[in-house]
Design a protein around this ligand. Structure first.
Ligand code: SF4
Ligand code: SF4
Length: 465
């Protein structure tokens, strides 16, 4: 039995988060009425989000939207900035030197076997066709009827199926004048047709009846991600170019995402419905509008259970009726105002330390919302995405929910921002996100394969982390 299995009073609750001296008013506002800590930690685990997450209205995420400015993204005029030839040459020399040092000097986390491990999972899996896998005979062509269910039941069904296929969370949007603004400009037209097609100008034509968009998140492995972190004298006080031992976390997630995509589209087509993936580049917005998470300072989607560990928010446009899910508020975006964990270690200072989200967009950023922005040129010039894994690894919301303290901290942050600075400082004190020692890096190779929580083995179920 857990040693924390004891009656939980408001006083115990505040003591557990180190706030025993806080006023009664605050304690009353945030302390839940669970009878013990086990109940608190386990509460709502069947739900997509934990119990302290609030649902907001449709099309109203915590990143405020100005619908006069939030328009379809024109990729011709709002593309990513590109680094200078000089910077590209600098990075090439720097990276080759870095790689060779690791290989020849047998540096823990960077030696030949670590580089082999990073490459082992890179570039696997191709994307499914935009209109889904072929060779499927839907039930209508087999003398049966297609699947019929209510939009709510269909959402539950998709969540169950997609989770088996590798999606951590599944939500949905109804496609309407507002949500269609998330799409790229001139990429998609909806028409009175039966099957989707793509024309010579590469515009996607999608049936009008396909007015639902299913969004699902694919998570990367946090335990393995931590093995990227390293200090570098070229970036004093920051973290820098990742160690290959941590890179499989990212590349494996991309591969998993493709595998999930094939399965998810195949599932919908086998129910007797269309499945299309077309026209959206800014997939983070899909996750935020469908309530999978909020936007974090690092500009990715941040979720209550897994922080910045969503590697991809993928999507399927379909005529299968699916109930829309609303944006959420778990205090995440608010937490970013004081946290700064990602920004303070960013080697390029691309994230800034502004204390409030902004309407200012800057190159490569989408206008029309009040949120967190990255200086993409600075980020690219340091070598991201492939040569930087710092910001997404450092988020305090990444920590596993096991134990009792993290659910408590998160539930408080979901109710009041008063303690956010304190929680972020605790994260620093407990040295989460510190680079590992050489001994720890070497020990990875002889870890206990039966107990290691970072290993994700298809077919064996899921560790509780
Ligand atoms: S990926 Fe970019 S924004 Fe993030 S820490 Fe690295 S340089 Fe900074
Ligand atoms: S590390 Fe802190 S500031 Fe950065 S996204 Fe996470 S909560 Fe926000």
């Amino acid at each position: 039995m857990s040693k924390y299995h004891a009656t939980l009073s408001r006083r115990d609750f505040m003591k557990a988060v180190g706030l025993a001296g806080a006023g009664v008013g605050i304690a009353g506002a945030v302390a839940p009425s669970f009878k013990d800590l086990d109940e608190l930690a386990a509460a709502g685990t069947k739900e997509v989000h934990p119990w302290w997450v609030k649902e907001r209205e449709a099309n109203n995420p915590t990143s405020e939207i100005d619908w006069n400015l939030f328009k379809q993204l024109d990729k011709k005029t709002t593309g990513m900035p590109t680094a200078s030839a000089e910077n590209a040459a600098f990075r090439k020399t720097r990276d080759e030197k870095f790689d060779l040092e690791g290989l020849t000097q047998k540096i823990p986390g960077r030696d030949v076997r670590c580089a082999a491990l990073a490459d082992m999972v890179t570039g696997l899996q191709t994307a499914a066709p935009w209109d889904g896998p072929t060779g499927i005979t839907p039930p209508q062509e087999r003398g049966a009827s297609r699947w019929e269910g209510s939009a709510e039941d269909n959402l539950t069904m998709l969540r169950a199926a997609f989770h088996l296929a590798g999606a951590q969370m599944t939500g949905a949007l109804e496609l309407n004048d507002k949500t269609l603004q998330i799409f790229d400009k001139d990429a998609v037209v909806f028409e009175n047709i039966d099957q989707g097609t793509q024309d010579a100008k590469k515009v996607y034509h999608i049936p009008n009846k396909a007015k639902y968009l299913v969004a699902y998140s694919v998570q990367q492995n946090y335990v393995q991600s931590l093995y990227q972190l390293r200090e570098d004298e070229a970036y004093p006080g920051k973290l820098a170019m990742p160690m290959p031992l941590g890179r499989p976390a990212i590349h494996r997630a991309y591969g998993d995402g493709r595998y999930t995509e094939w399965q998810a589209m195949r599932f919908i087509k086998n129910l007797g419905y269309g499945a299309y993936k077309a026209g959206v580049t800014t997939n983070v917005a899909l996750g935020i509008f469908s309530g999978l998470g909020e936007q974090g300072r690092a500009t990715y989607m941040m979720t209550p259970r897994a922080g910045l560990m969503t590697r991809i928010t993928n999507y399927i446009i379909t005529d299968l009726p699916v109930a829309a899910t609303n944006p959420i508020d778990f205090g995440g975006t608010k937490f970013c105002e004081t946290c700064m964990r990602c920004a303070e270690k960013c080697p390029s200072d691309a994230l800034g330390k502004q204390t409030e989200p902004t309407w200012e967009a800057g190159p490569g950023n989408r206008p029309g919302y009040r949120g967190w922005r990255v200086d993409w040129l600075k980020c690219i010039e340091v070598g991201a995405p492939s040569r930087c894994g710092v910001c997404h690894t450092l988020c305090p919301f990444n920590h596993p929910s096991e134990g009792m303290i993290h659910p408590i901290v998160r539930s408080v942050a979901g109710n009041t921002s008063v303690f956010n600075q304190f929680f972020a400082d605790m994260d620093r004190v407990f040295a989460y996100g510190e680079p590992k020692s050489h001994e720890e890096l070497e020990a990875w190779w002889t870890r206990d394969l039966n107990k290691w929580k970072g290993d994700v083995t298809h077919g064996t179920g899921k560790f509780n982390w």
